[in-house]
Design a protein around this ligand. Sequence first.
Ligand SMILES: [Zn+2]
Length: 123
Amino acid sequence: MQRRALLAEVHAGRIGLAEVCDANPYLLRAAKFHGEPSAVTCPLCRKESLTLVCWVYGDELKHAAGSARNAGELSRMAALFEEFSVFVVEVCRTCGWNHLVQSYVLGTSGVGARRSRRRTAAE
Ligand SMILES: [Zn+2]
């Protein structure tokens, strides 16, 4: 469900707070250790700014798949792997609101990389 529509439902009382504020301890921990603070105030409790957490997924990542990574780690991984997906989730550490805000693909075979990946080391 879209963020705006979901929030409207919550404010209208049609969806309970417990249903949207379902951040599990793992997500809250990831927000604490790997999150990047954003300038956006929580749309639900309005008590604090949201933390953005980036989750990575991809077959190439093996054990790292499904883990949270910060911006520095993402750029290092983008140079190491051919392709992996990043899911950006906003989390409120006060009330537990969380929502997928963005997803994109990173890696050396990405659209941004113009060089051929067959000729890299030896020119
Ligand atoms: Zn909140």
